[in-house]
Design a protein around this ligand. Structure first.
Ligand code: GLV
Ligand code: MG
Length: 299
């Protein structure tokens, strides 16, 4: 898996010492991860390690071994099951000491906070602001479902009996609001039925539609679907670029210095420009190429 991840078109790779690693295998996992990070091959991807959460006995040793062993080749520590801002501060302080004592740049290693229980969600605003290292807020649906006693065993799908909307809407929105308020990335968590790509696309489509920046993949087969779902559709990307060009032109002296204009059948104004910037940024980040250009009207 460590080898295969190198060639995949994913934006990030995270290596796990937490729930996908059995307790007796954790010491070896730390060593394998340090070796893999130092060997390299993950260029262009955010290199992250998920350590165990602060309620276990492993967290401090996970962080020390991984950062001392591979600090310069590591971009982020993912902290699971975050419940309070203090847990983020504790990781921040440990990272700072490790960076100082090893002569690494202080503050470079970021923190990704996984929101996986009721207390974490209630404290999310403080968690997001607990350290400048916090880059990302991640929804952990499996642990979250367990934490709130949700009556279901199928991660990300609607719990049987709930037929009036999306049972995850509040959680997703709460995470997204904190992410946008404090300028963090909002990332959706895993979809466990790795062969069900339609299911992945359906569940990912919900968080993507709300404004999430991406979603975990557990298997190479999910990468392509994820990249597609979180990128704009070609039509929308083209439309966004057209709005930006048209608005640029019409607000200029040459275009009449107007603040609200018609683009086809649609009125566009400053708010339209902001919406278009979002879609255009997502499209550009995904490397999309526009297929239409804006032509100013002939005088
Ligand atoms: C991920 O860690 C999850 O619990 O869903
Ligand atoms: Mg979890």
């Amino acid at each position: 898996m460590l080898e295969k991840a190198k060639g995949l078109p994913a934006d990030q790779v995270f290596m796990d010492i937490e729930d996908a690693v059995a307790p007796i295998a954790k010491p070896d996992a730390r060593k394998n991860i340090v070796a893999a990070l130092n060997e390299g091959g993950y260029e262009g991807k955010v290199r992250t390690v998920r350590v165990n959460d602060w309620t276990t006995q492993w967290t401090y040793a996970d962080v020390i071994e991984v950062v001392e062993g591979a600090g310069p080749n590591l971009d982020c520590i993912m902290l699971p099951k975050v419940q309070t801002a203090e847990q983020v501060v504790a990781l921040d302080m440990l990272l700072t000491q490790l960076e100082k004592s090893n002569g690494f740049e202080v503050g470079r290693i970021g923190i990704e906070a996984q929101i996986e229980n009721a207390l974490g969600l209630i404290n999310i605003d403080a968690i997001a602001q607990a350290s400048p290292r916090v880059e990302t807020l991640i929804f952990g649906p499996a642990d979250f479902m367990a934490s709130i006693n949700m009556k279901s065993l199928v991660v990300g799908e609607q719990p049987p009996g709930y037929d009036v909307g999306d049972a995850y809407h509040y959680i997703l929105m709460r995470i997204l609001m904190a992410a946008r308020a404090y300028d963090k990335q909002a990332i959706d968590g895993p979809y466990l039925a790795i062969k069900d790509l339609d299911g992945y696309a359906r569940v990912a489509g919900r968080s993507a539609a709300l404004g999430f920046d991406g979603k975990w993949v557990l298997h190479p087969g999910q990468v392509e679907v994820a990249n597609e779902v979180y990128s704009p559709r070609q039509d929308d990307y083209d439309h966004a670029e057209m709005i930006l060009d048209a608005y640029d032109y019409y607000t200029s002296a040459e275009g009449g210095a107007k603040g609200a204009v018609m683009l086809g059948d649609e009125m566009i104004d400053e708010a339209s420009r902001k919406m278009a910037l979002v879609i255009s940024a997502k499209g550009r980040a995904a490397g999309m190429i526009r297929t239409q250009t804006f032509a100013p009207p002939q005088a």
